[in-house]
Design a protein around this ligand. Structure first.
Ligand SMILES: Cc1cc2nc3c(=O)[nH]c(=O)nc-3n(C[C@H](O)[C@H](O)[C@H](O)COP(=O)(O)OP(=O)(O)OC[C@H]3O[C@@H](n4cnc5c(N)ncnc54)[C@H](O)[C@@H]3O)c2cc1C
Length: 459
C-alpha cells in the first residue's frame, strides 16, 4: 500500500464541499496533509487578512470534525512547500488554481520544482464559472467588452464540480519537524492589535463554509426574487452578501450558479457573477490592471494631489451624506453596497479629481471582499479609464443618487447619525438647513463637475 501522503494546499478555497483538489486527493491519494501557507509575498489588504484568519479557523474546525487538522505554516511558499514535502515524504501535491499574476508565478515555479523531483502535481478549477482562457473570441483573443464576453461565456458550460464534503478522510501526521514550525491559532499574525479596529468586522461577519451556504440558501429563498428591482437600494440589503465568501472560496461560484437558477431575477444575479469572471479574465490578460490606465490617453490626466480631500473621503467627512455613509460603512464593516461604491468612486475621481489608483489602494486595504481583479476593474470602469468603462463625462451627482437610491435616508441615518434628525428631504442636502455638527461639502458639486469636465476635455 502506498502510504506516502498527498498534500492538499488550500489557498482561496476554504471549503470541504465542491472542492475538487480535496475530493480527488481523498479518492485517489490518501492519507492527506491539509496545508495553508502564509506567504507575505502574496498581497492581502488588512481587512482581507482579518477574514483570512477566520477562514483558516473555520476550515481547521471543519477538518477536525473529520478527524484531521490543518497545518498552518509561514514563509515563502516555495521554500515551505519543499520543507513539507521533504519532512512528510509526500508523493503528490494537489491544489485548486488561482489566477492572480503573483499566485500564478509562484504556482508555476513550485510545480516545475516538484515535478523535477518526481512528485505528482495536480491542479483543478473551482474559483470561477469559466477559467480565463476558456472564453475567447473566434480569433482566440480575449474579450474586452463585457456584453460580448458574457454572451460567449453563456455558451460555454460552467465548470461545475458539485459534491458534498468527503465522508471518510484519512490524515497523515506531519511529524516532529513540522510540528515545531506549525502556527497555533492566535499566531497567524493576521489580526490587528494596536489598535484593534476589527470590532465592526466581528459584529458583521462569520467567515466559513457553513455561513456561506446558509447565506446562499437564504438569498435564494427570500431576496433573489426581487433582486433586479431592489439591488441598487443600499437600505434594502437585498443583495446576496456573498462576495467575501466567494473571494475566500467558502462557496464556489458553480454552487451559487446551480442554486440560484430558478427565480425571476436569476438572470440579473447570474450576470453579476459574470462580471466577476470578466474581471479575472481581464486581470489574466493585463497583470498590471491596478497600475495602468487601460485607456492610455488618461496617462496625461492632471490628477490633483489633495491629501486633505483624500483623507476626508477615506474618513467619510466629505459633507455629502451618501458618500460619507458608504465610506463609514466600509471602515466599520469591511464592505460597501455596490451602488454606493460606484458613487464614492465617482466622487473621488471626478469631484476631487484624485487618481483612481488612490481609491483602489484604499479599497484594497479596507474591503473584506477585496480581490485583485474586481477591484481595479471596477475602479477603472468608474474612472472612465477602463476599456468597457462608463465614459468620463458621465459624472454621478451624489445628491441625485442619494435622493434616488436612499429616498427616505434610511441608509444615511444608519451611518451618519449626526444628521439622522433631518427630514427625508433635507437629509440629502444638510448644508441647506444650516445643520451643525456635520462637515460642510468639501467641494461644491457644480464647480467640481465643471473642473472635471475641463480636465477631461483638455486631454
Ligand atoms: C469601485 C468598486 C470596487 C469594487 N471592488 C470589488 C472587490 O474588490 N471585490 C469584489 O468582489 N467586488 C468588488 N466590487 C463589485 C461589487 O461592488 C461587489 O461584488 C458587491 O457589492 C458584493 O456584494 P454582494 O455579494 O451582495 O453582490 P451581489 O449583488 O449579490 O452579486 C453576487 C456576486 O456577483 C459578483 N459581483 C457583483 N457585482 C460585481 C462587479 N461589479 N464586479 C465583479 N463582481 C461582481 C460578486 O462576487 C458578488 O458577490 C467593486 C465595485 C466597485 C464599484
Amino acid at each position: 500500500m502506498n502510504v506516502s501522503p498527498t498534500i492538499v494546499w488550500f489557498r482561496e478555497d476554504f471549503r470541504l464541499a465542491d472542492n475538487q483538489a480535496l475530493h480527488e486527493a481523498v479518492r485517489h491519494a490518501q492519507p492527506l496533509i491539509c496545508l495553508v501557507i502564509l506567504d507575505d509575498a502574496q498581497p492581502t489588504g488588512s481587512a482581507a487578512q482579518w477574514w483570512l484568519d477566520g477562514a483558516i479557523h473555520a476550515l481547521a474546525a471543519d477538518l477536525r470534525t473529520k478527524g484531521g487538522d490543518l497545518l498552518v505554516l509561514r514563509g515563502p511558499a516555495r521554500r515551505v512547500m519543499e520543507q513539507v514535502v521533504s519532512a512528510t515524504g509526500a508523493g503528490a501535491v494537489f491544489w485548486n488554481r488561482r489566477y492572480d499574476p503573483q499566485g500564478r508565478e509562484t504556482d508555476t515555479a513550485i510545480k516545475a520544482s516538484l515535478q523535477a523531483q518526481g512528485i505528482t502535481v495536480r491542479s483543478f478549477a473551482g474559483a470561477l464559472l469559466h477559467e480565463p482562457w476558456t472564453v475567447r473570441t473566434q480569433s482566440g483573443s480575449p474579450y474586452k467588452i463585457f456584453t460580448a464576453f458574457w454572451r460567449a461565456a453563456c455558451t460555454v458550460p460552467v465548470q461545475a464540480f458539485l459534491r458534498p464534503a468527503p465522508e471518510q478522510m484519512v490524515f497523515a501526521e506531519p511529524g516532529p519537524a513540522l510540528e515545531a514550525l506549525r502556527l497555533a491559532p492566535g499566531q497567524y499574525g493576521l489580526l490587528p492589535t494596536t489598535p484593534d479596529w476589527a470590532g465592526g468586522l466581528r459584529e458583521t461577519w462569520v467567515p466559513g463554509e457553513a455561513e456561506a451556504r446558509a447565506r446562499l440558501a437564504d438569498f435564494c429563498r427570500h431576496d433573489q426574487v426581487d433582486y433586479a428591482q431592489t439591488r441598487d437600494f443600499p437600505a434594502k440589503e437585498s443583495t446576496s452578501g456573498l462576495s467575501p465568501f466567494l473571494r475566500f472560496g467558502h462557496v464556489s461560484p458553480a454552487r451559487v450558479w446551480e442554486e440560484a437558477q430558478n427565480s425571476p431575477s436569476s438572470e440579473k444575479f447570474l450576470t453579476e457573477l459574470g462580471w466577476r469572471d470578466f474581471a479575472w479574465s481581464l486581470l489574466f490578460e493585463t497583470p498590471d490592471l491596478a497600475q495602468r490606465n487601460l485607456r492610455p490617453e488618461f496617462d496625461a490626466m492632471p490628477w490633483r494631489a489633495d491629501p486633505k480631500g483624500l483623507a476626508a473621503w477615506q474618513r467619510g467627512q466629505t459633507g455629502y451624506p451618501l458618500v460619507d455613509a458608504g465610506m463609514r460603512e466600509l471602515w466599520h464593516t469591511g464592505i460597501m453596497h455596490n451602488r454606493v461604491r460606484m458613487v464614492v468612486a465617482s466622487f473621488l475621481v471626478k469631484h476631487l479629481l484624485i487618481d483612481w489608483r488612490e481609491g483602489e489602494r484604499w479599497f484594497a486595504d479596507t474591503l473584506v471582499d477585496y480581490d485583485p481583479a474586481s477591484n481595479p476593474m471596477n475602479w477603472q470602469w468608474g474612472a472612465g479609464t477602463g476599456v468597457d468603462a462608463a465614459p468620463y463625462f458621465r459624472i454621478m451627482n451624489p445628491i441625485l443618487q442619494s435622493q434616488k437610491f436612499d429616498p427616505q435616508g434610511v441608509y444615511i441615518r444608519r451611518w451618519v447619525p449626526e444628521i439622522a434628525h433631518l427630514s427625508d428631504k433635507a437629509i440629502h442636502t444638510p448644508w441647506e438647513t444650516g445643520c451643525r455638527g456635520y462637515a460642510a461639502p468639501i467641494v461644491e458639486h457644480t464647480l467640481a463637475r465643471t473642473r472635471a469636465l475641463a480636465a477631461w476635455k483638455a486631454l
